[in-house]
Design a protein around this ligand. Structure first.
Ligand SMILES: [Zn+2]
Length: 249
């Protein structure tokens, strides 16, 4: 298990809760010493163009600090996916998050769609054709869902909000999936009982991680990676990410 991280992810590039000071440090200090950290390169504009329109890219570019941060985040996703293809599970401890970004617009603290940029790059290189994305963030990843509509890259988020039902829905869906080249996870932790969603327990993240690991071993030779999306209570965020990685590794 490798953790993708860059010291520049600590930079505050906006005034939203995902960009808040101390958020990344709250997670990195829980993971340091347990996992190897790898530093990514920023995504190139060509990487972004596979999923975003030029006008969207240009709109982010008008704020150079934000553009730099968003490219480095997408670059972290690309590295995480690349490692996963080599059968090294990985977690992108990246920000800004990405699942609310469609081809030509964004909202919800997201600027480029990290998971889409990473999978589109693998697809163009013909390393994959089919991928499965599990999103367990509190919020629906409308951007990812829009980008991969009518594609062999399938986006899934459980519809049940109640804790047991939510977990059961993930379990049931992963058991029925058979033909994918890689499993990707939009890992948001804002559904935790001490975060905005007030639902999941810390150990539930370990359980979900294990479900993804087992499914990837059954379906796609263990190829799996996850990327940070939401999660805003700095007091519990690090231990929730750690629990998920314990299950996923
Ligand atoms: Zn969220």
């Amino acid at each position: 298990m490798k953790v993708i991280y860059h010291p520049d992810y600590q930079k505050v590039y906006a005034s939203d809760p995902a960009a808040e000071a101390g958020r990344m440090e709250a997670i990195s200090k829980e993971l340091e010493g347990h996992y190897d950290f790898l530093e990514p390169e920023p995504a190139s504009e060509d990487d972004l163009r596979r999923v975003h329109t030029q006008s969207h890219i240009d709109s982010i570019k008008r704020n150079p600090l934000l553009y730099q941060a968003a490219c480095l985040s997408a670059g972290g996703a690309i590295l995480a996916a690349k490692l996963a293809m080599g059968k090294e599970p990985s977690f992108g401890l990246i920000r800004p998050p990405g699942h609310h970004v469609s081809a030509d617009h964004c909202w919800g603290f997201c600027f480029f769609n990290n998971i889409a940029v990473a999978l589109a790059k693998l697809k163009e290189a013909k390393e994959i054709s089919r991928a499965f994305i599990l999103d367990f963030d509190l919020h629906f990843g409308d951007g990812t869902s829009n980008i991969f509509e009518d594609s062999q890259i399938v986006y899934f988020q459980p519809g049940v909000e109640e804790r047991q039902g939510f977990l059961k829905e993930i379990e049931a869906r992963l058991e029925t999936e058979k033909e994918y080249h890689i499993l990707a996870v939009s890992a948001g932790f804002d559904r935790h009982e001490e975060d905005w969603g007030r639902a999941l327990k810390t150990d539930d993240y370990r359980f979900i991680g294990k479900l993804v690991k087992d499914a990837s071993q059954n379906i796609c030779q263990g190829r799996r990676f996850a990327l940070l999306e939401g999660g805003y209570n700095h007091r519990v965020l690090g231990k929730n990410v750690k629990a998920f990685l314990v299950g996923l590794e």
